[in-house]
Design a protein around this ligand. Structure first.
Ligand code: PPS
Ligand code: ADP
Length: 293
């Protein structure tokens, strides 16, 4: 009989014969999680769908876990109290981890306003049992005025009128990430198109982990160059340093006003003619970790 000493809940991990490495080989890609965070109306779902489309067109399996959608099923018992948001993000993090383990590129798009919750997901995805899973954090760095100006669901209007309490950015805080790999933001007051936002992420995935995107898409990597039969039409940025953003909230709802580190999009000289870009995340240490995978 198996001992339950030190295991008060009597639950045991069960390994299956087919592992992650075999699944990944079968579908010719590496599982990971792209975590998109930002205010309501910042374009998270738009980017998630556009990225999903771009990956699909490259023959890569991806799946979107959208906050709004997940709250229709798995998380329909959760509201927007800080505790419920924490549980919402924890559950989506766990599901995303399973998708990554299955070999998918899982795109999670949630406001995920609190830094500690996002950090917990990052830690969860660095678990030594899931050493190959990785989390790429994308921050939709859109000003509150832009998001509120869009107000596609009319929720900001209701929140301003006091008809929704605890609305992110109005009377509940959004804590901008300090360790995102990619920042999506306006340039000269213009928002990148959904296609360009998606390509910014695709380019990063390609740079950080060639296994994810290169195999089926006819890339050939030579000593110091790479060619692609259909080169991604990445934006023209030569050096796009992000602006500094403090906590986003209209009435100072307790947000920590910390500086966000900058994400740079640097065009490689050798690749400039082909329009490819190299992304340097806000957190160089974490990016080096990704490169090792
Ligand atoms: N109080 C409050 N604050 C913020 N958002 C609210 C709130 N109430 C409802 N909504 C709608 O719920 C969507 C956000 O769900 P998420 O699961 O992404 O939120 S969270 O990560 O748990 O904070 C969010 O969708 P998006 O606009 O797509 O972000 C809103 O439509
Ligand atoms: N890059 C963009 N350029 C112009 N409009 C955008 C862009 N991204 C999103 N939008 C518009 O902004 C609104 C909110 O976008 P959405 O993706 O639903 O945001 P979120 O999921 O963060 O709430 C939608 O009407 C969408 O069409």
């Amino acid at each position: 009989m198996m001992s339950t000493m030190g295991n008060p809940r009597n639950v045991f991990w069960h390994e299956c014969a087919v592992g992650k490495a075999e699944r990944q080989k079968l579908i010719d890609q590496q599982g990971c999680v792209v975590w998109i965070t930002g205010l309501s109306g910042s374009g998270k779902s738009t980017l998630a769908c556009s990225l999903n489309r771009e990956l699909h067109s490259r023959g890569k399996l991806s799946y979107v876990l959208d906050g709004d959608n997940v709250r229709h099923g798995l998380n329909k018992n959760l509201g927007f109290s800080p505790e419920d948001r924490t549980e919402n993000i924890r559950r989506v993090g766990e599901v995303a981890k399973l998708f990554a383990d299955a070999g998918f590129i899982c795109i999670a798009s949630l406001i995920s306003p609190y830094r500690k919750d996002r950090d917990a997901c990052r830690a969860m995805l660095s678990d030594r049992n899931f050493i190959e899973a990785m989390l790429l954090s994308v921050f939709m760095n859109m000003p509150l005025e832009v998001c509120e100006g869009r107000d596609s669901k009319g929720l900001y209007k209701l929140a301003r009128a006091g008809k929704i309490k605890g609305f992110t950015g109005i009377d509940d805080p959004y804590e901008p990430p300090m360790n995102c790999e990619i920042k999506i933001e306006q340039k000269n007051g213009v928002c990148p198109t959904p296609y360009d936002m998606a390509l910014q992420v695709v380019a990063y995935l390609d740079q950080t982990n060639s296994k994810i995107l290169t195999l089926k898409y006819a890339w050939s990597i030579g000593s110091n160059e790479r060619r692609c039969s259909a080169p991604p039409r990445v934006g023209d940025a030569t050096k796009e340093a992000g602006s500094t953003t403090g906590g986003v909230t209209a009435n100072g709802g307790g947000v920590a006003s910390e500086e966000v580190q900058q994400t740079e999009v640097v065009k490689r000289p050798k690749e400039a003619m082909r329009g490819a870009t190299m992304m340097e995340g806000c957190d160089g240490r974490r990016q080096r970790q990704l490169l090792k995978l």
